[in-house]
Design a protein around this ligand. Structure first.
Ligand SMILES: [Zn+2]
Length: 157
């Protein structure tokens, strides 16, 4: 971003505003070379994150799908909405970080990131989500998972 007056690229942002649909950022800038003030409009690049599923199909990442899965797992658990929101925000952020190199992520990674958050949120939700997501092969495996959680909750943090 260069100053329209002196072409210096040395400037500082005074103010940033995102438009209502989140597609553009308007920035008030000041040139540090000549003190000229100007406004820049930047389009926020929308690069959807692609999720690669186990069978190789590709799909754009959609946090609302994760949300549906989580809502099913926390049914009747009395989890405050605000907590759910922050969990979803963290998952979205982690998915973005994880996908940053080539904009793709595997469905397995999305599942693991979700499980990690659920583990801290509620052991019950974690087991419910894991049982669907990981499709445990047998009952023994499921019992292992529960035992791990119980050991984890007993351990002083
Ligand atoms: Zn300037």
């Amino acid at each position: 971003m260069r100053c329209p007056k002196c072409r210096s690229s040395n400037n500082k942002v005074l103010e940033s505003r995102t438009n209502s649909d989140g597609s553009q950022i308007r920035r008030r800038r000041m040139c540090l070379n000549c003190n000229h003030r100007f406004t820049s409009y930047e389009r926020i690049e929308e690069r959807p994150i692609i999720v690669i599923k186990k069978d190789g199909r590709r799909q754009s990442f959609d946090i609302s799908k994760v949300e549906r899965g989580i809502r099913t797992s926390i049914e009747k658990l009395d989890i405050p909405e605000a907590k759910l929101t922050s969990v979803l925000n963290r998952i979205e952020e982690n998915v973005q970080n994880c996908a940053s190199s080539n904009n793709t992520i595997t469905s397995r990674e999305v599942g693991e990131l979700t499980l990690k958050e659920l583990y801290d949120l509620s052991p019950v939700a974690y087991v419910r989500f894991a049982s669907v997501y990981r499709a445990f092969d047998n009952v023994g495996q499921f019992a292992d998972e529960i035992r791990k959680i119980e050991e984890g909750t007993r351990r002083p943090t």
